[in-house]
Write a protein that binds this ligand. Structure first.
Ligand SMILES: Cc1cc2nc3c(=O)[nH]c(=O)nc-3n(C[C@H](O)[C@H](O)[C@H](O)COP(=O)(O)OP(=O)(O)OC[C@H]3O[C@@H](n4cnc5c(N)ncnc54)[C@H](O)[C@@H]3O)c2cc1C
Length: 416
């Protein structure tokens, strides 16, 4: 019998989560760890097994995100597939420039000596989260099942599945991605815009070792990031003008590789494609509210940021850590999981931080996309200044590590 048709283990759940991708899986595992086997969680996804989807992607995950993955017991499995980033080189040139001087270069270790960032392939990350969720008796996975709407009253929330089943819970969390059907059902509006840019992702093999260094080439059409993977491989995360991206993506392998080579530079020797190409239209969106009675938004359902700093999933994991902390504290003193005060605390904690991040990455994208000479000079002076100022470099490494600000306990490596 498919998992989605299995009888429900509990007639009523404490928390139901729509979306069993990165954010939803991590939330279910962290809640279960914090509140034990009696705390019942329903995890719903329209896809039977998200871990079985094809992936070209790898994520730049911050030290804070790694602390969370470690706390829920999956980092041990993922670590052998993850590449620590030892240093970062930033360049800012036109596409035609023969030489790309490095304008800013820094070591990527935190003050505690741990890597500020790891590059983690999507496949092992999803598989580890899914295996952990499958092993926890408090989690009931309903997949494939489409959560299409919900109604709330004082006693709880009733979630409607497209196959006609209803489930009841104290709290429903929408971790159902950037188009979030439940956000729409809740009537929560989003603000944002499309970038007229496309994110292209590809894996390549190269001759020479990368020594763990990541490279960010700011090109006029958008940043071209070379993220080191284990072995002599790298994941390219490339922002391109939408029309140019359509042309490039339609090329055959030889033509496509030539476009990658033009941007990659020759430092790592000859390169070859090592996986499929994938692409995403890029946009910024922020939900006007993150909560409603017995309802919370999480991850891309709440916010979508420009991928140039590789922070979308890191922000989602911050949401996870904050929501687990406020819900666990409230449940332990006798409130139910959908208590309004806890949800308000969650929104206050997370909405401002996500809005600042979205605005910062948007600003960087605009600043580096401008090719006018005065702006190029200002950028060069700014990057040069950071390069010569150790305190500023330390601040930026702290930001990349996700360790600045008012952090929930899981991101500090502490149990909830
Ligand atoms: C090109 C690119 C590069 C990126 N690189 C990075 C990076 O390096 N580092 C980083 O931190 N972030 C990065 N991001 C951002 C990252 O991909 C997202 O932030 C992350 O995928 C969000 O995860 P999520 O679990 O919130 O949503 P999703 O992964 O979108 O999952 C949503 C889930 O909800 C399910 N669903 C949808 N509707 C329903 C429904 N009605 N019922 C049940 N289930 C439903 C879907 O099947 C899916 O499994 C990048 C993004 C792009 C586009």
């Amino acid at each position: 019998m498919p998992a989605g048709e299995m009888p429900l283990k509990a007639a009523r759940f404490d928390v139901a989560i729509s979306g069993a991708s990165f954010a939803g899986l991590a939330l279910a595992c962290a809640l279960s760890d914090a509140l034990g086997a009696d705390f019942k969680i329903a995890l719903i996804d329209r896809v039977a097994d998200v871990a079985a989807r094809p992936h070209a992607r790898a994520f730049a995950l911050s030290a804070a995100s790694i602390h969370l993955l470690d706390a829920i017991g999956v980092w041990q499995v993922i670590a052998e597939h993850a590449q620590p980033v030892t240093g970062i080189d930033i360049t800012d040139t036109s596409l035609e420039a023969g030489v790309r001087p490095v304008l800013l270069s820094y070591d990527n270790s935190t003050e505690a000596g741990e890597p500020a960032t790891y590059i983690v392939p999507v496949g092992p990350l999803t598989a580890a989260l899914r295996a952990k969720a499958d092993s926890l008796p408090s989690i009931t996975l309903l997949a494939p099942a489409d959560a299409v709407g919900f109604t709330t009253d004082e006693a709880g929330v009733r979630i409607r599945l497209a196959d006609g089943r209803d489930i009841e819970a104290s709290l429903i969390v929408a971790a159902d991605g950037r188009r979030s059907p439940l956000r729409e059902a809740a009537g929560i509006k989003v603000i944002g815009w499309s970038y007229a840019q496309t994110g292209i992702v590809t894996t390549v093999r190269h001759d020479r070792p990368h020594d763990g260094r990541a490279v960010q080439h700011f090109l006029p059409n958008g940043p071209f990031a070379i993220l080191p993977l284990t072995g002599n491989r790298a994941c390219i995360t490339w922002t391109e003008d939408a029309r140019e991206a359509t042309r490039i993506l339609a090329l055959d392998d030889a033509g496509y590789l030539a476009e990658v080579e033009k941007r990659f530079g020759g430092k790592l020797g000859t390169i070859a494609l090592d996986g499929p190409r994938q692409s995403w239209p890029l946009e910024l969106h922020l939900a006007r509210r993150y909560v409603a009675p017995r309802f919370a938004l999480l991850g891309d359902a709440a916010h979508g940021v420009h991928p140039l700093a590789g922070q979308g999933l890191n922000l989602a994991f911050r949401d996870v850590a904050a929501l687990v902390e406020v819900v666990a504290e409230n449940v332990r003193i006798g409130f139910d999981a959908g208590d309004a005060q806890a949800l308000i605390r969650y929104e206050r904690w997370r909405r401002f931080d996500s809005a600042i991040s979205a605005a910062t990455f948007d600003g960087i994208n605009r600043l580096f996309a401008a090719d006018a000479t005065p702006l190029r000079s200002i950028r060069e002076i700014g990057l040069g200044l950071v390069d010569r100022t150790p305190a500023l470099k330390r601040f930026f490494v702290g930001e990349a590590a996700g360790l600045n600000g008012n952090l929930p306990r899981l991101l500090r490596g502490e149990a909830v």
